[in-house]
Write a protein that binds this ligand. Structure first.
Ligand code: GUN
Length: 287
């Protein structure tokens, strides 16, 4: 039997509709949610992501501004910009698009963002809060994956979740968010010895390796929920995920497509985090 295909685009639309109402409520009571995006250099993929974020903000009623710096900008200039945004009452969320050029110290930059405006959830304080079960902001991609699982009523508690990938943006926060919901979590990497031995035992498999179609049908437990975070461009120009969709969908119970799966959820969760930050600012609480 073929897996249920989780439509990330459709789910993103319904989540956005729900949060648009929250944004409208804020606006009516005098607070327009505001997001500032900082981008350094001219990485084509980053520029596209930033354009998509700005467009999504305007569609949901969030004010946004982009601060673009040249590739050779100094870290001090970017830190000055973040300082000004930290004390700007119209800005509730600040996001520094990654990767930064090699001469930047990522943690120095990210930890200069006010904790309550760190809508990516990458500040070391926010990472610690997440790991200890005191989440302030959930990082957007794993947050989107959790919403996909929960809205499809896929059980998490007591299930074996395997995450392939150990990045700070996806793999690590994903593992802790699943753990927080009671899953037994195994973290693997693309280099894990006998990887299939782990994946074949996964009730939930989240793949974030950046390796096109590396997970195939033989690595899947029948009925598993397979979430593909990868997005890779093939030599013929087509996009594909880290999962071999055509073969895996015959074995899995649930599967996310690429494109149209996790991708649309990531930006949606950024919008949610920005609205959440604005709600907290209006209420004068920074939890
Ligand atoms: N680069 C790739 N993914 C992300 C993300 O979620 N946030 C930021 N700031 N940069 C990224």
């Amino acid at each position: 039997m073929s897996a249920h295909i989780i439509d990330g685009k459709k789910l993103a639309e319904s989540v956005r509709a729900e949060w648009k109402a929250r944004a409208e409520k804020l606006i009516q009571s005098g607070t327009k949610p505001g997001l500032a995006v900082i981008i350094v250099g001219d990485n084509a993929a980053s520029s596209l992501y930033v354009r998509n974020k700005v467009k999504a903000c305007s569609e949901i009623g969030i004010y946004s501004e982009v601060h673009s710096f040249q590739q050779n900008a100094s870290q001090a200039e970017v830190l000055d910009c973040i300082q000004a945004l930290n004390s700007n009452p119209h800005i509730h969320g600040i996001l520094v698009q990654l990767p930064l050029p090699a001469h930047f110290e990522n943690n120095r930059v990210i930890t200069s963002i006010a904790v309550e405006k760190d809508v990516d959830g990458f500040h070391l304080y926010n990472v610690g809060a997440l790991v200890t079960g005191n989440t302030i902001f959930s990082p957007c991609t794993p947050f989107g994956v959790m919403v996909m699982l929960e809205s499809n009523r896929i059980p998490i508690e007591g299930q074996h979740a395997v995450v392939i990938g150990r990045s700070n943006i996806v793999g690590k926060p994903m593992a802790f968010m699943l753990l927080e919901k009671g899953a037994t979590v195994t973290i693997c990497t693309s280099k894990t010895r006998n990887l299939a031995q782990f994946t074949r035992d996964a009730d939930i498999l989240v793949v974030a390796t950046g390796k096109p179609r590396m997970v195939n049908a033989e690595m899947i437990k029948p009925g598993a929920a397979v979430i593909d975070v990868g997005i890779n461009r093939l030599p013929d120009g087509k996009l594909c995920g880290d999962v071999d969709f055509d073969s895996v969908k015959e074995i899995a119970g649930y599967i996310t497509p690429v494109p149209g799966g996790v991708g649309p959820m990531t930006i949606t969760m950024l919008l949610c985090n920005t609205i959440l930050a604005a709600e907290r600012a209006q209420a004068g609480i920074f939890k």
